[in-house]
Design a protein around this ligand. Structure first.
Ligand code: A2P
Length: 308
């Protein structure tokens, strides 16, 4: 079975396990691996890629590889060097897709900001400048496609107006509690693909990123009932829902059995009744709140263009 819409997520996949996960995924049929510099595991993923491509059964061009520019490399002169570091780590000549990870910029020596002074303002590091360098990377053949991540409709519109082009893809959090229908429709109208992250609720996030009263997708009665009806797991229902909306989805797992189980979600066909029930679950709830970027000078509204 091969399916490009379901990719392997690698956020939170630790060293010593991520390489094995990538190999297991590609062996079971995944042809889409989602990476990012800030996940701190690209070098191990690169070793796995080299091993797989050297074997010769699967060619580089058969696998879609995404990576993302971290927030401390938004300045014009930092973009291509950051991308080249990712290519070195991933042991690849090119990426299929490169994304601006967040619409937020840090100073170059800051990996994770603690105070206002750690940030660059939009005047100091305009998104348009960063975007132009992604375009330059595409012209140089370092990446095939370019896009963004965690961009609201407003931020997409601003970038589209300034750059006169549409990002090819926006990667955002998506699941039945955060359906983002308006964003989805806007993206469809403008030929911008959407990929959903944290499709399973990212239960393995660091404790500091969790709220005490988070709703569980996996324990949701409607999801469980639909899973029983299809003789599938709740995980598979959550993944297959994305395919009905024509978005890509990147469930993370480092367990070979679960990696395979997640890919098999593409065999499930949710019907109209299932979809109507899932639509009703929407509550615009974010597991990844972006609050780690909130300081006195950077509000939640600045990130998502919505009230908390
Ligand atoms: P593990 O890596 O041990 O399999 P998300 O994709 O929303 O970030 O969620 C990832 C979390 O979901 C991880 O804790 C991962 O654990 C778990 N997970 C992924 N797929 C499955 C599955 N099929 N069954 C059980 N847990 C899963």
């Amino acid at each position: 079975m091969r399916c490009l819409a379901i990719g392997l997520g690698t956020w939170k996949s630790g060293k010593g396990e991520v390489g094995r996960a990538v190999k297991a995924a590609i062996k079971s049929g995944y042809r889409h691996i989602d990476c990012a510099a800030t996940y701190g595991n690209e070098a191990e993923i690169g070793e796995a890629f080299s091993e797989i491509f050297k074997e010769g059964k699967i060619k580089r061009e058969e696998v879609w590889v995404t990576s993302k520019l971290w927030n401390n490399a938004h300045k014009k002169e930092d973009v291509i060097p950051a991308l080249k570091q990712t290519l070195t780590d991933l042991e690849l000549d090119y990426l299929d897709l490169y994304l601006i990870h967040w619409p937020v910029a840090f100073k170059p020596d800051v990996a994770s900001p603690k105070k206002d002074e750690d940030y660059l303002s939009l005047e100091e590091a305009p998104i348009l400048d960063t975007w132009k360098m992604l375009r330059e990377a595409k012209e140089q053949g370092l990446v095939k496609h370019i896009g963004v991540s965690n961009f609201s409709r407003k931020k997409l519109q601003d970038l589209m107006a300034e750059s006169n082009e549409n990002p090819e893809l926006n990667q955002v959090e998506l699941h039945p509690y955060l359906q983002q229908q308006e964003l989805l429709e806007f993206c469809k109208q403008n030929n911008i693909h959407l990929t959903g992250y944290s499709p399973l609720g990212s239960g393995d996030r660091p404790e500091g990123m969790k709220a005490s009263n988070e709703p569980s997708l996996l324990e949701n009665e409607v999801i469980i009932e639909i899973a029983e009806k299809h003789q599938a797991s709740a995980y598979q229902i959550l993944i297959s829902w994305h395919l009905t909306r024509d978005t890509a989805v990147i469930p993370k797992s480092t367990n070979p059995g679960r990696i395979e189980e997640n890919l098999k979600s593409s065999e499930i066909k949710l019907d109209k009744e299932d979809l109507e029930k899932i639509t009703k679950l929407n509550k615009h709830f974010r597991y990844v709140t972006g609050e780690f970027f909130v300081t006195p000078g950077n509000s939640y509204e600045d990130i998502y263009d919505e009230k908390k």
